[in-house]
Design a protein around this ligand. Structure first.
Ligand SMILES: Nc1ncnc2c1ncn2[C@@H]1O[C@H](COP(=O)(O)OP(=O)(O)OP(=O)(O)O)[C@@H](O)[C@H]1O
Length: 268
């Protein structure tokens, strides 16, 4: 299923944060959102997983305005890993993941074999098989992250909406997660701070800057040194990754784009 975001305006308490966003998350593709802090990535994703009502514009799921679908119906199609990660669950890992099955249940119905299999597979997919009995609240940040991702997988969604899914993950788990997303071939809309990860894993990227989509397209076309300077304020060269051939953004970590000249070594 595809997602169409049409002329979307979003805000909080009357303050506009996203203005006129348009983008498509195509069926089976990984669509990335990148942009500086506060550019509106989480806000835009909240409208797709229905935590924020559009002030104007619409979000379409396979051509149907989300507002025409009941929450349970859209939850059978769209699962989210939100920014609000909830650390107050007094539940076990298995119970947290089983919450992903809620949209499929009639009131007071218990777990069936499909639920149990789906939960077990979701835990295995994120490398947390064998941890179902642990208390969620006692997990590390990265483990919690993976369990909440398993909860989204357990929802068996057509569309995954992931806000910074690699947050808290060590580099091996980041790579595993991104490889898993690619292998699943679900329609995925994901915000990422790591522009190199975004360049490797996303089919298309949309760059948000101050609440507006300022560039869209394949990573190779979007992530230019000029855009990186203008939107992110960094000096960067874009080269070819020696192992994968993906675009590799080599950021000058010594000084921002408008800072003092970064050439040469400092005086000590
Ligand atoms: N719940 C909220 N209430 C009021 N303002 C909010 C809320 N969430 C975000 N904002 C504001 O909206 C703007 C966009 O924030 P948002 O979290 O969408 O940006 P982001 O691109 O996801 O940022 P980051 O990269 O820092 O996570 C910011 O100015 C932020 O302060």
């Amino acid at each position: 299923m595809r997602i169409d975001i049409e002329d979307l305006h979003l805000g909080y308490a009357g303050r506009t944060v996203v203005a006129g966003a348009r983008l498509v998350a195509a069926q089976g593709e990984i669509t990335g959102l990148v942009g500086p802090n506060g550019s509106g990535k989480s806000t835009l994703l909240r409208a797709v997983y229905r935590h924020l009502r559009p002030a104007a514009g619409r979000v379409l799921l396979a051509g149907t305005d989300l507002r025409e679908l009941s929450p349970a119906r859209s939850a059978r199609h769209i699962a989210a890993l939100p920014q609000e990660r909830g650390d107050d669950f007094e539940l076990t890992v298995g119970e947290v993941v089983a919450m992903g099955r809620t949209p499929y249940k009639r009131a007071f119905a218990g777990e069936d074999a499909t639920d149990r299999d789906t939960v077990a597979r979701a835990l295995a997919d994120v490398g947390m098989a064998g941890h179902a009995g642990r208390r969620f609240a006692a997990l590390s940040g990265g483990e919690r992250q993976r369990v909440l991702l398993a909860r989204a997988f357990a929802q068996s969604p057509d569309v995954l909406v992931l806000d910074e899914p690699t947050n808290h993950l060590d580099v091996r788990h980041q790579v595993e997660l991104l490889a898993l997303l690619r292998a699943q071939r679900r329609t995925t809309l994901v915000s990422l701070h790591d522009i190199n990860a975004a360049a490797s894993v996303c089919d298309r990227l949309h760059v948000l800057h101050a609440g507006t989509v300022v560039a869209s397209g394949p990573p190779r076309e979007v992530l230019t040194p000029a855009l990186l300077a203008e939107v992110f304020g960094v000096r960067a060269a874009v080269v070819e990754h020696p192992l994968t051939g993906d675009p590799l953004i080599a950021v000058d970590h010594r000084a921002p784009a408008d800072g003092p000249s970064a050439g040469g070594r400092g005086q000590g």
